[in-house]
Structure formats: C-alpha cells, structure tokens
Design a protein around this ligand. Structure first.
Ligand code: NAP
Length: 526
C-alpha cells in the first residue's frame, strides 16, 4: 500500500507496533511456524523484479524465510524511511468540518491525514483464555503469537501445549521429541492434511519463473487465490471408488491441493460429499495412530472438513502421538480448571509442567481493528457500531466512517484465500479509488447505509448456504467467550468478489457517496 500510494505521489506515513516489518511473520516465531500457502504464490505478484531476485527454498516457506522475504521487499522498495516502528496507534478520530482523520499514537503524537487506511491483519490480536491461577504458575509460559526472538531449549522440560489449531499442530509436531515430555491439551480435534513439504528443485523453480504470468492470472481468477485446477467440478455421477481415487490422488499431492479435489465452493456447500471427504480423512488418522483410543480422540466428528480453517501436517503430526514422551489430554471431556504453581489441573487430573505454550489463537477479524479507538462521523465509535457484529461494504468501507479503508476488512475474502492475493486486490482497489477521487476533485468517500446493509446480508446469506455454520470457528468469533457470533469473511470467492469490486469502481463507486467539502483545507499531496 505504501509503495502504491507513493507511486500516486501521495505522502504516506506508516505506523507499526513491531520493531521491524513482517506483521504475522514478525510476531509468530514459534518453532514449526510455516505458511500453508505454497511459497511461489505466497509473495507479491505486482513487481517482476521481486520474483527475479528472490528464490524460495521449499514448497512451503518457513517463518524465518518469509520474514527475510518481507525484509528484502522493504529494502528493495525503500519502504522503511516512511515507516515508524515501535509505534502503536491508539486512536483515530474523524473531523467532519475538514474531512480529515486525526491519528494518535501511544507516544502522544497526533497526525492529521485525509485518508486513514488500516492494514492491521485478520489474525493479529492474540487470544489467551483467562485461566485461574496463571499468575501463581512457577514455570514459564508463552503465547505462540508473541514468541520471543530467541531459541528456547525445551530439553529437560515437561511442556504443555493448549490448542490444536493450525498453530498448535505445527508446534506439536516440531517439539514432540525435543522436550522431556510433551502434554497436549486438546479441546477439539482437527482435520490435518499432509502438506508434503520438500525442497524446490532448480528445474521446478525455473518452470515456475517461466510461467509466473499464467500462475498469477489463474490465482487471481480463482475462488481461493490459488492457481490449482480440479479435474471434476463436482462429484455427481462419480462412483464411490472414483471419488476415493480422486481423494487419494489429492491426498498424495497434499496441502491445499487436497481441498481442490473438487471445486472448493462445492465441497463447502454439499454436505454429502463433504461427509465422504471428512470420513476419508478420519480413516487416514485412524491408520496413523497406533493406540485406537488416542486415535478416536484425534478424529474430528463435531464439524465438517473445511468449515474451520483446515490445518496442514508438515511433520507427521498424528505419528507424534505414537511417541512415549507425548501425551494427549482430552480437555473437552475433562476441561482445564486452573493453573497451579506446578502445572495444570483439569477436571480429573493434575499435570506437572515446567513450560506451558498457549496455541489458543486470535481475537480474529475484528480484534486488531477494535483495539484502536476509532471514532467516525457524529461521534460514533466503531466499537458501538459493531456491537452486534461487523458491518462493512465490501470489507473496504464503513458507513459513518468516511475516507477510512480497511485492507482485508470483515466481509471481504481475506482469510478464505491465499492472503497476498486478497491483499493485493484491496491495495490496487484503494489506490485506484484515491486516484479517481483526486482526478474528479472529490474530498470524501463513504459507503452508503443501504449498500452496507445489502452487503452484510449478502455475506450472511452466502455463509448460511455453506457448511460454515456447523463449526464453532474463529471465522464466526466463536473462539472468544462473549464475542458476538457472526460469520465474518466473504465466502463467495476471490474471483467473484474481484468482479463485484471492479463493477463498483467502474460504476463510479456505486454504493459509495462521493462529495466535495467546500471549506476543507487543501492538504497537498496527502
Ligand atoms: P485457532 O485455530 O483458533 O486454534 C486455537 C486452539 O486453541 C483450538 O484448538 C482451540 O480449541 C484451543 N483453545 C482455545 N481456548 C481454549 C480453552 N479455553 N481450552 C482449551 N483449548 C482452547 O488458532 P491458531 O491455531 O493460532 O490458528 C488461527 C489461524 O491462523 C489458522 O486457522 C490459520 O488461518 C492461521 N495460521 C496459519 C498458519 C499457516 O499458514 N501455516 C499457521 C498458523 C496459523 P477449540 O477448537 O475447541 O476452540
């Protein structure tokens, strides 16, 4: 966004809480952290020079490599000179008379700006359950999303990990065998599909480079922002054996290619085929875990495959439970009651622990935005407006909050896609919109109430027709006690969403109100 706005000749200041670039990949340094999107598409597509001078080493990039990539991009595009690091934005207030925002930082600095753009991420405010007794725990504890920048030696420790989402699964398979004992506190099992990670060979890489234009075109024009094909759109007319064959082939390919066995929207809306796929994965889990009782605990039955974000298995996750030094504790059956000075007490036992790792996720989608005290027109706060769940138009604009753009905001495809594709689409749309406003002499843009209401209804309706409502997921805010539960990302596909956004822009920003503010001071180049 910074790069694009500079290209438009605007003056831009970026505020960043961390002391370096990287966002998610700056904060999530836990052992095993790796991206589930394939490396060659988990990067920027807009500048060819970035592809020419960067080479990914593995099919899925590890956290240090992604962080190094983002540092490389920041250097190459000379971004750092406009970024204020270690600076937390605490509030942003809209002033109607001048049509400007005043952004305030924790240091007390106040900046006046015509446009206020948030790029705070969808999964950036960590969530940690409020267990009794944590203050009295005499061991060490960490949250995976605030991992220290130093190697932690678990060698002699009894380590406990709470959470078996994407993060927990990566951590558990990496640390199983590296600690004296690992105890996994699992509330809900998940469907982990083998990622099939491997180094990227020279020939394969040359092929990727030679075909990048085509790869990006296919990724942009896809539901999930990934350039993968499916052989059969649906499973209609296929025999059980043929379906099994397709699934087995995709299982061998691994990662998100498995989700492309059939068109992903179909998998997520057809309960019957979804159950076939879910059962296929359950059988794989049973095959991998030696102890049948442990295997059954690891088999998910409470939600359909894909109704929660599907995690990947990089390192024989299920095989980890065959080790003598790894124990699975079902805290759905016997919940965690409290921390004690020596460990964790559940409803039916006590576990002695030296170290506890919270892999308990995030206050997703809205948490980081609401952590900023945002006040729009007529003194309305975003927190009050979103009390019953987020309301946006296209996940880009909010009625009552003029000249605020939210990159990957609620009700945009964001987390249901390969994120860089969704981010680039938003960045391009916002930059084009600002350029249009300047050409036409507009000072202010605001989503209309009607357009916003229709968009929210549209998103909800699409989600209701899919299987998402059958899972207690962070997509719906169900992981944070007391949070209003509403499905938040736009589930209609990045390809369809892009078309809608293009039509809106082509129609003079249909659904937005654009106007001039006669007495607004001219803020040159901002
Ligand atoms: P998550 O999916 O929300 O998982 C949190 C885990 O903590 C769940 O297993 C949850 O159990 C458990 N938990 C929460 N509160 C608990 C409590 N009071 N008692 C016991 N267990 C509790 O969070 P995450 O694993 O950090 O992943 C979040 C998202 O980040 C992913 O879905 C993915 O989109 C992204 N991510 C991506 C990558 C990647 O690309 N490689 C890696 C990591 C994360 P319940 O399921 O029962 O709520």
């Amino acid at each position: 966004m910074l790069h694009r706005l500079r290209e438009l000749g605007l003056s831009v200041r970026v505020f960043e809480k961390g002391d370096g670039v990287g966002g998610t990949w700056y904060w999530n340094r836990y052992p095993g952290a790796r991206c589930d999107s394939e490396s060659h598409i988990y990067c920027y597509s807009f500048a060819e020079e970035l592809h020419e001078d960067w080479e990914w080493s593995e099919r899925y990039p590890e956290q240090p490599e992604i962080l190094a990539y983002l540092q490389f991009v920041a250097d190459r595009l000379d971004l750092r000179r406009d970024i204020e690091f270690e600076t937390e934005v605490t509030s942003a207030t809209y002033d109607e008379s001048s049509s400007t925002w005043t952004v305030e930082t924790a240091d007390g600095e106040r900046v006046s700006t015509r446009f206020f753009i948030t790029a705070v991420g969808c999964l950036s405010k960590p969530f940690r359950p409020d267990f009794d007794g944590l203050d009295d725990f005499e061991g060490e504890w960490y949250h995976t999303a605030r991992w220290p920048d130093e190697e932690i030696d678990f060698g002699d420790d009894h380590v406990g990990v709470i959470g078996t989402g994407s993060t927990g699964i990566q951590f558990i398979s990496e640390v199983g065998g590296r600690a004296d004992h690992l105890t996994v506190f699992q509330r809900t099992p998940n469907y982990a599909v083998p990622a099939r990670n491997r180094p990227l060979g020279d020939e394969e890489y040359a092929d990727i480079r030679a075909n990048y234009d085509d790869i990006w075109e296919r990724a942009r024009d896809s539901r999930l922002g990934m350039p993968f094909d499916w052989e059969q759109h649906t499973a209609f007319n296929l025999s059980d054996e043929e379906i099994e064959e397709v699934l087995e082939e995709r299982w061998q390919q691994g990662g998100f290619r498995f989700l492309h066995a059939f068109e992903p929207g179909y998998i997520l809306s057809n309960a019957e085929i979804n159950e076939t796929i879910s059962e296929f994965i359950r059988e794989k889990i049973r095959e991998k875990v030696d102890d049948p009782e442990t295997a059954e605990k690891l088999v998910p039955t409470d939600h359909p495959y894909g109704s929660k974000r599907p995690p990947m298995d990089y390192n024989d996750y299920y095989g980890t439970y065959n080790r003598d030094d790894v124990t699975l504790v079902d805290v759905d059956e016997a919940p965690i009651e409290a921390f004690t000075p020596d460990g964790i007490r559940t409803a039916d036992d006590h576990y002695d622990l030296d170290t506890v790792v919270f892999a308990t996720g995030f206050d997703a989608m809205t948490g980081a935005l609401l952590a900023i005290d945002i006040e729009g027109r007529d003194g309305q706060t975003l927190e009050a407006k979103w009390e019953a769940g987020p309301r946006t138009y296209l996940g880009l604009g909010i009625h009552g909050f003029p000249n605020l753009f939210t990159i990957t905001g609620p009700q945009s495809p964001s987390v249901l896609t390969n994120m860089p594709m969704a981010i680039e689409q938003h960045v391009e749309w916002i930059a084009d919109c600002i350029a249009y406003m300047d050409e036409q002499g507009y000072d202010r843009i605001e989503a209309t109430e009607d357009a916003e209401t229709q968009w929210v209804q549209n998103t909800n309706m699409l989600a209701e027709n899919m299987l998402f409502s059958e899972a207690k997921s962070w997509y719906r805010g169900a992981n944070v006690p007391g949070k209003t539960q509403v499905f938040t990302p736009f589930p209609g596909g990045l390809d369809n969403y892009r078309e809608i956004c293009d039509r809106v822009a082509g129609d003079d920003y249909d659904g937005f109100e654009l106007d001039r503010v006669d007495d607004a001071p001219t803020v040159e180049g901002r």
